[in-house]
Design a protein around this ligand. Structure first.
Ligand code: HEC
Length: 244
């Protein structure tokens, strides 16, 4: 087992050393600053492994709330509609009136279940949360609504064979499509389909915004930066021609 992790560590080091070979890629020239992926933080594979039985606030619930509820004009710190701000744990608990272990008594959960379009969140024309997203929030509250985190790349960061179907699509729907979807997407940009994500990848912007390169707005807006591992997976996907 130990040997396995040591080998992975070497693989990671190897990947970091060969990545600069892609540097001439015209898509990513510009700025002249060091590419953050070239200095991939080895710390991104440490921390806590994720257990499939638990829901983790920082990596599953908060990104969803930021993307689906904290869009400009809604529940970001600047707009704070109805005094509700959903961008930090403390504010989610207080202004979303979350009662640990009691989803039915928690406003945050009640409003996403509403069937009356005048009361439901997110408000139409935004789509309702999916059954999966609703049950994620329910489970998090049932488990005590704690401020928890984990590292989905614990032990290793595998950037090979990244496709839209096995990785990028889920990343977009967790972190981006609340703002970049629906009838009135932020910046006029939709990221809800393979074709849309591919076009953004091709333009260099998808990588620019998540790697937070100079000259690009930092995404997800209002949220923490994606992990270096996630950024490097997306870079690999773009470099490989954005396979579906
Ligand atoms: C909370 C809302 C929100 C979230 C979440 C969000 N964005 Fe954005 N995005 C915006 C806004 C607003 C702009 C315009 C910002 C600006 O130009 O300064 C923007 C701009 C962009 C642009 C630049 C568009 C252009 O043509 O210049 C890209 C690319 C982008 N976002 C990708 C993403 C990706 C990828 C994610 C997920 C990792 C994401 N965004 C998450 C609100 C959001």
């Amino acid at each position: 087992m130990r040997f396995f992790f040591v080998s992975l560590a070497f693989l990671g080091l190897f990947a970091t050393l060969v990545l600069p070979a892609c540097k001439h890629d015209p898509l990513f020239s510009g700025g002249g600053d060091p590419d953050p992926v070239d200095t991939l933080d080895p710390g991104t594979t440490t921390g806590w492994p994720c257990s499939p039985d638990s829901v983790y606030f920082e990596v599953q619930v908060l990104p969803l709330l930021i993307s689906q509820c904290a869009m400009p004009g809604c529940h970001d710190a600047a707009s704070h509609q109805d005094g509700v701000v959903l961008t930090t744990y403390q504010q989610v608990m207080a202004t979303g009136k979350v009662k640990p272990f009691n989803p039915g008594g928690s406003d945050l959960y009640e409003v996403i279940l509403e069937t009356d379009p005048d009361k439901r969140m997110p408000r139409p024309p935004a789509a309702a949360l999916t059954a999966e997203q609703k049950s994620l929030i329910r489970k998090w509250i049932e488990q005590g609504a704690k401020n928890t985190t984990c590292n989905e790349n614990y032990g290793s960061c595998d950037t090979t064979n990244v496709t839209y179907t096995n990785y990028v699509g889920t990343l977009m729907s967790t972190y981006c499509t609340g703002c970049h979807g629906g009838a009135n997407p932020s910046a006029g940009l939709r990221l809800t389909t393979y074709g849309e994500a591919k076009a953004s990848g091709q333009s260099g912007k998808l990588y620019g915004v998540i790697a937070r390169l100079p000259g690009y707005p930092a995404m997800p807006q209002g949220g923490a930066a994606l992990s270096a591992c996630a950024v490097s997976k997306v870079k690999n996907w773009v470099d490989k021609g954005m396979p579906e």
